[in-house]
Ligand binder design. Structure first.
Ligand code: AMP
Length: 376
């Protein structure tokens, strides 16, 4: 079987790994937590999921769970007593929660990583300081700031809340400077960032893992197609030049090293220009396993989920070897209610998240279609 070997950088430092049977605490009870818990179980670990009460599909597959608020220090203290290491599947966790847990436990990735990546401006400033290209941007706190930022950056531009945005929530495109008050209102008048609208050729992401000794393993780069700001499909490999592929890995390595990152992360990027002029601009960093890496569960020997568990427990990373080309389809809302037709297709690997209500646009599952690796 032809294999696609991707990048792996190794050092010889030895770290004592957590023993099988150790307990991994996961903050967040969504599908990412569920897939992390399934992978952790495969490696003989026990998972304890902590998430506010609600539809928490991760609870169904983990040995233990706590349904409590992230601000509930009593519940957090109980949770802390039970687990050996803490990680998260969701980046919008209050700093206070991780600060509390880190007093007694290793939190991986670390708390500073979360603060940087929760703030779109801090994140872009970090990238710039490392020589990574980002769209021109400006900080906006008031309507007056927004007027100045639009005068500087021009239209079209994208106005995004500075913190707590996901899947296009909390953002709006500004087409002309006549609708500024309305645009500012649309994002709730919150602290924001204005970014130049990038006329990209395609969107890609790099999914990588860094372990406790600083070794880095980078998966192949998928092309990601969105509809209504929600990821629809990821296609692997992306049709980009080898130079751009290398650039993506260098960007991932620079960011991971600068943040002293431990675990899996994703960097979403825009591919700009064509041919010899093709280059990458960073959009955002996700400090966790990522939707655009779901294909790794079926097209690679070791998935992003297992890779994350390996990284945070001190196990060696796996080489990010890919054995198939893949297209990952997100199953949104009612698309996941009947999977009979999908199940008839022998090249489809189906994953449903067990969520109770299929709201429009809600990520209910995904299916990855595999094919043989085409000679490149
Ligand atoms: P984000 O929440 O920043 O990941 O944005 C969600 C989606 O909006 C991205 O995947 C892009 O399709 C689009 N988008 C975000 N920022 C920009 C930008 N500066 N220029 C063009 N499209 C953007």
């Amino acid at each position: 079987m032809p294999l696609q070997r991707n990048q792996m950088m190794t050092s010889k430092t030895t770290i004592k790994a957590l023993a099988p049977g150790s307990v991994i605490g996961i903050l967040g009870g969504g599908q990412l937590g569920r897939m992390l818990a399934l992978s952790a179980a495969e490696l003989g670990f026990v998972c304890h999921i902590y998430a506010p009460a609600g539809d928490n599909p991760a609870f169904d597959v983990a040995a233990r769970h706590t349904a409590a608020a992230y601000e509930d220090n009593q519940a957090l203290a109980q949770f802390a007593k039970d687990v050996d290491v803490v990680t998260f599947e969701f980046e919008n966790i209050p700093d206070s929660c991780l600060e509390f847990l880190k007093q007694t436990l290793p939190v991986r990735p670390g708390v500073p990583v979360l603060s940087t990546t929760q703030d779109r401006i801090d994140e872009k400033q970090l990238a710039q300081s490392l020589g990574i290209k980002v769209p021109p941007f400006a900080a906006v706190s008031t309507l007056d700031d927004l007027r100045k930022a639009v005068a500087e950056i021009g239209c079209p531009a994208v106005l995004k809340t500075r913190r707590f945005g996901y899947d296009g929530k909390g953002q709006t495109v500004i087409k002309s400077d006549s609708d500024l008050a309305q645009s500012f209102e649309e994002i709730g008048g919150q602290s924001a960032i204005l970014e130049a609208f990038v006329a990209f050729e395609m969107e890609v992401s790099v999914i990588a893992a860094r372990d406790l000794s600083g070794n880095l393993a980078t998966y192949d780069i998928p092309e990601n197609r969105h509809e209504n700001h929600i990821l629809r499909t990821s296609h692997v490999p992306a049709n980009i030049s080898d130079k751009t592929r290398q650039q993506a890995s260098i960007i991932a390595e620079k960011l991971a090293t600068a943040m002293d990152y431990v675990g899996v992360f994703a960097v979403e990027m825009f591919v700009v220009g064509q041919g010899a002029d093709e280059y990458l601009m960073m959009n955002e960093i996700a400090p966790r396993v990522h939707n655009s890496g779901h294909w790794t569960s079926d097209a690679c020997h070791v998935s992003q989920f297992e890779q994350h568990i390996r990284a945070i427990t001190g196990l060696p990373l796996a080489e990010p070897v890919r054995h198939s080309d893949a297209i990952m389809y997100n199953l949104l809302g009612s698309e996941a209610l009947d999977i009979t037709d999908l199940a008839r297709q022998q090249d489809m690997c189906i994953h449903l998240y067990g969520k109770q209500t299929a709201r429009d646009g809600r990520k209910m599952g995904h299916a990855t279609q595999l094919s043989s690796i085409k000679a490149g």
